[in-house]
Design a binder for this molecule. Structure first.
Ligand code: GLY
Ligand code: MN
Ligand code: MN
Length: 436
């Protein structure tokens, strides 16, 4: 992403703040996986959104109107010995030259410097409650100022939740963001095609995962956006299944929910297909119903519609279809009122997507579902899950689980399905599965 994009974002936040306000945004702490081993470091999305800086142990400060510069970055200093072990650091100079900081200070000096920056400000914009240790340090800095109030030292009167400002900004994707997200989604779509064509009965779920991850990395996406779900047969009825260790049986369906993260943006695609390349009659009926529900939901992703409209469209189609198939009994309108679909479709139809797979942004404004506007990106992912052993359902339906998920951009006109390169038509899928 271009440096100017980050600068625009910082300016936009500062435009919302008055000149006597300050914003403090810490980088996420590194996390341990097990003894001596850390998870690969991934900066917190809010921090990265404003800075483009990907090192740990950093704090960004936005101080509008500050004469020596408004964007201050606290970060690690250069240290040849440490860099020999753990890789290059930008250092203070790099923070200014490569990340456009107006001023940079060593992170080790933050206790001495930050209270002085807070002193002249009335409001502190800060997202409380995400990093406990940093919350505590914030309070210590403010208390330090309070104890000096009799010496005439000012301390900020209010904390303001930075999340509101920032998360609303992140909900509306810029042109550069849409371009990056489209690229992420294209990589994921290509990985789903690869997985479909490689799939054969007898393979394990993790061998299919290997096909996906191979394509993610080959195409430049170094990380998954979330742990992939590769769920054959009954495993697909477990909504958050991630063991991915079972063998794939001839005659079962395979549900794959997997997306790459590319340049800090997520993609999130689900496809379901027969392991042996041919839908059975019942599998086909459920698949066709979920697909119809998904098309109806996508149709509702239009400016002026409400967040809930796609979900309601999906529920309508699924309820009608389940009645037609004899899986629900009763009048469609009263079944919808009773939310009878929840026995088979127990999640909602989507979520915002962006730097985080379940992205930030309010779904309701003052108690009403949010109105969709151009630039918002959401997933549309209806599903039907019929667990085995359910005596009230004929055995022929057992362990059929289908979800179809696409990433959809709200435009000024028609919905734009960013993930359309991942096949979902029945004939297309049957032709592709096992063809490698
Ligand atoms: N893959 C997470 C989700 O679909 O929400
Ligand atoms: Mn999703
Ligand atoms: Mn998903």
């Amino acid at each position: 992403m271009d440096k100017r994009e980050f600068k625009r974002r910082r300016k936009k936040v500062m435009d919302v703040m008055d000149d006597d306000c300050i914003a403090i945004v810490p980088a996420a702490p590194p996390r341990h996986r097990n003894r001596d081993v850390e998870y690969p470091y991934r900066p917190d999305s809010d921090f990265y959104y404003l800075t483009g800086f990907s090192e740990p142990e950093a704090v960004a400060v936005l101080a509008p109107g500050r004469s020596q510069g408004e964007f201050i970055l606290f970060c690690r200093e250069r240290d040849p010995e440490m860099e020999q072990w753990n890789g290059a650091r930008a250092g203070l100079e790099g923070a200014c030259s490569d990340y456009s900081a107006d001023d940079a200070f060593p992170i080790s000096d933050i206790d001495d410097i930050l209270p002085g920056l807070l002193e002249t400000r009335s409001h502190v914009y800060y997202a409380m409650g995400y990093y406990q240790e940093f919350d505590q340090r914030m309070l210590t800095w403010v208390n330090k100022l309070r104890t000096r109030s009799r010496a005439g030292v000012n301390s900020p009167a209010q904390f303001v939740a930075l999340d509101h400002v920032l998360h609303d900004m992140r909900l509306y994707k810029s042109r550069a963001e849409i371009k990056t997200m489209s690229h992420a989604v294209e990589i994921s779509a290509s990985a789903h095609r690869r997985a479909m064509s490689a799939c054969r009965p007898g393979m394990t779920e993790y061998q299919i995962e290997a096909e996906l991850v191979h394509e993610f990395m080959r195409a430049g996406g170094r990380s998954v956006a979330y742990p992939p779900i590769i769920a054959g047969g009954a495993n697909a009825c477990v909504l958050h299944y991630t063991e991915n260790a079972a063998r794939l049986n001839d005659g079962d369906l395979l549900l794959i929910d997997a997306g790459v993260e590319y340049d800090y943006y997520a993609s999130d695609i689900t496809r379901t297909f027969p392991v042996n390349g041919k839908f059975s009659k019942e599998q086909r009926a459920i698949y066709a119903l979920v697909l119809e529900a998904q098309y109806a939901a996508i149709e509702q992703v239009r400016p002026g519609n409400h967040w809930n409209d796609p979900h309601e469209a999906a529920v309508q189609v699924i309820t009608e279809g389940l009645v037609d198939l004899g899986l629900l009994k009763g009048r469609v309108s009263s079944l919808i009122k009773k939310e009878a679909h929840r026995k088979f479709y127990m999640h909602r139809t989507g979520h915002w997507i962006g730097m985080d797979v379940h992205d930030v942004g309010d779904y309701k404004i003052e108690g009403e579902w949010r109105v969709l506007e151009p630039g918002m990106v959401m997933t549309v992912e209806p599903g039907i899950y019929i667990s085995g052993g359910n005596k009230r359902v004929a055995k022929k339906w057992w362990n059929i689980a289908v979800r179809i998920e696409d990433d959809v951009l709200v435009t000024s006109d028609k919905p734009q399905v960013l993930s359309k390169a991942a096949p979902k038509g029945i004939e297309e899928i049957e032709a592709l599965v096992g063809s490698a």
